[in-house]
Write a protein that binds this ligand. Structure first.
Ligand code: ADP
Length: 621
């Protein structure tokens, strides 16, 4: 062999191989699905490139993958006549893992095997899964359209390194030979192979053939095992649930079943088929900046593009599946897709489909919907800002924590909230805070708890932004409980008692105003508190505390929030302090209330040490 060399695997590959062999032992047969899936991708790639360079077929346009066994050498060989690989590609593809964030992901896996099995399942082990059943793997491959002497040989025992060399290979494509580990002889058995193939490969368009029996003249007969018709082109009523699931696993490399799916054929001005899935688990790299959309674009059954992000808005980026269009040209590029009216129409129709599918799930199977929400709610919350046109449908699907359930699970819908609104309540009340605990113990909730008015507790970073884009739901507007709100007066005790307090505390309020000066927008009495002495609120035209924090967290300067300082005349401490004549003592107390209110509102103080000193001083009087 020419150009032979030994190269080390990238450290991530070594880690993956180790984890995989130790965590996937109970589901070994999936290696066949992974390898057949790769062969199918390789033939898709060839078909696509041959659209512009037909010579790549090298005179053989019948694409297929073949499996053959040799009982003497205890080997199983999977060979395709797809695109194949060059030497550089072999080094890149079979020696490294290019997915960004892999290192951190693999390191995050503990030795807890059950958990790892699920995690590694979402990661997609692909080619390396061959080592689950084989202790040596060889690959012979040649890139379509290159000379026969440009073949490449690759061999590894799945530990630290691999061998690579140049060889002569007559046929294009890739041939992978697995030297089975002791005890894995079942994969040499004809019936076992047939059953695994039909289980995993019925839905893919590529014929999967198995070496059947030698003819009299000793020539080999290949028998097709799978249906070899792309799943989405089949009659809907003939497709089983299992086939939908397997197809999902084929396109996503996810080991878990999908949560829900929808297959639609659109015939009319535009003609296309879409098969859209929602996974049951968020992909490990969903939050990476270069996370790729999981939609594949086919044009007239030819795979044109993986990760076709143009067909789904960002807040639905977890949707996976395929679109097969009859209208787009075969040579369409990403740039052209971008501002193409066909694309726009399909995107808008498919967005609606996904929202409808979710609504159906929420109505029919609350438990599954809750699982969906726990996995993808955070992404979905980008919806109101991104997709104004579907705001109503999106709002219906949102789930919140609220004071009604008093636990941190986001499981309250707006519909439920509205059904529980009390008499004369016109608005949907919410609070935003840094954490669920901070939200639920905020002094702003005191009146609401007393009057049994439900409040949505929002504490995801995105919530403030989301709620600002939600204008209304079923005619009800959204109101922050930390902002001024005239309609609340009807729930407070605006009686003679209040008038009396206003008079009695007038001087007190004026003294506080003089003391705090420019720091505050206004000082006034409040009837919204039951337990706290004071609270700060923002006026409805000002930026909220959470929004200001959001600005600060991305390094932008937000205008300073000026609060209205409200004091509770029913509180014993306020009553006492209002009668203090000693200026210094009075000031210490007022600043203490002020800092307390700021702390409750913002979660931090500019000068916490001064606050501590003040508390200690007052405690030691
Ligand atoms: P993935 O398929 O998720 O990218 P794999 O580890 O299965 O990861 O494969 C890595 C890469 O190796 C593939 O992306 C592909 O480029 C290449 N590859 C694997 N199998 C084949 C094959 N049968 N023919 C051509 N290329 C292949």
């Amino acid at each position: 062999m020419r150009g032979q060399e030994t190269r080390g695997f990238q450290s991530e590959v070594k880690q993956l191989l180790h984890l995989m062999i130790h965590s996937l032992y109970s589901n070994k047969e999936i290696f066949l699905r992974e390898l057949i899936s790769n062969a199918s991708d390789a033939t898709d790639k060839l078909r696509f490139r041959a659209l512009s360079i037909p010579e790549l077929y090298e005179g053989d346009g019948t694409l297929r993958v073949r499996l053959s066994c040799n009982k003497k050498t205890r080997t199983l060989t999977i060979s395709d006549n797809g695109i194949g690989m060059s030497r550089e590609e072999v080094i890149e593809n079979l020696g490294t893992i290019a997915k960004s964030g892999t290192k951190a992901f693999l390191e995050s896996m503990s030795s807890d095997q059950v958990k790892d099995r699920q995690l590694i399942g979402q990661f997609g082990v692909g080619f390396y899964s061959a080592f689950i059943v084989a202790d040596k793997v060889t690959v012979r491959t040649r890139l379509a359209g290159t000379l026969v002497e440009n073949g490449v040989f690759w061999e590894s025992i799945g530990e630290g390194d691999y061998k690579i060399a140049d060889i002569t290979k007559e046929t294009r494509g890739t041939e992978i030979t697995l030297y089975l580990r002791a005890g894995e002889d079942e994969y040499l058995d004809d019936w076992r192979l047939r059953s695994v193939i039909s289980k995993y490969s019925d839905h893919i368009a590529l014929p999967v053939e198995i070496e059947s029996k030698k003819d009299k003249d000793n020539s080999i007969i290949w028998e097709r095992i799978n249906k070899a018709q792309a799943l989405w082109t089949r009659n809907k009523k003939d497709i089983t649930e299992q086939e939908y699931k397997e197809f999902y696993k084929h396109i996503t490399h996810d080991f878990n079943d999908p949560c829900i799916w929808t297959l639609n054929r659109v015939e009319g001005k535009q003609q296309y088929t879409s098969l859209l899935y929602i996974p049951s688990q968020a992909k490990w790299d969903m939050w990476n900046r270069d996370h790729k959309h999981g939609l594949k674009l086919y044009v007239q059954h030819v795979l044109i593009m993986d990760h076709a992000e143009h067909f789904m808005p960002n807040y639905l980026r977890f949707v996976c599946g395929i679109i097969d269009s009859n209208d787009l040209p075969l040579n369409i590029s990403r740039e052209v897709l971008q501002d193409n009216s066909v694309t726009q129409n399909m995107r808008s129709a498919m967005t609606k489909r996904v929202l409808q599918m979710l609504e159906k799930l929420a109505t029919n199977d609350n438990e599954s919907y809750q699982k969906f929400w726990n996995q993808f709610g955070l992404v979905f919350k980008e919806g109101p800002a991104e997709d104004n046109g579907n705001q109503k449908a999106i709002a219906k699907l949102l789930r919140f924590t609220s004071t009604f359930r008093d636990n941190s699970t986001q499981n309250v819908s707006l519909e439920e909230y509205i059904n529980r609104m009390i008499k004369n309540q016109e608005k949907i009340y919410y609070i935003t805070a840094d954490s669920y605990t901070a939200a639920k113990s905020s002094p702003h909730l005191e009146l609401f708890r007393k009057k049994k008015i439900e409040v949505l507790l929002l504490s995801d970073r995105i919530d403030e932004w989301m709620i600002n884009h939600l204008t209304e739901y079923e005619g009800k507007s959204f109101q922050s409980v930390s902002k001024t709100d005239e309609t609340l007066n009807q729930f407070t005790d605006t009686s003679e008692k209040q008038k009396a307090s206003e008079q009695k505390f007038e001087t007190f309020i004026n003294r506080v105003k003089t003391l705090l000066g420019e720091r505050v927008k206004d000082v006034r009495l409040t009837y919204r508190l039951t337990d706290s002495p004071a609270v700060v609120i923002t006026s409805s035209d000002e930026m909220s505390t959470q929004m200001a924090k959001l600005f600060a967290s991305v390094g932008q300067k937000a205008p300073e929030v000026k609060y209205i300082f409200e004091l509770n005349p029913e509180h014993a401490l306020i009553k006492q302090v209002s009668e203090l004549s000693n200026k210094e003592e009075f000031s210490e107390w007022i600043y203490l209330f002020w800092d307390q209110a700021l702390l409750a509102e913002r979660g931090s103080l500019e000068d916490p040490n001064q606050f501590i000193r003040r508390v200690n001083n007052l405690l030691s009087i």
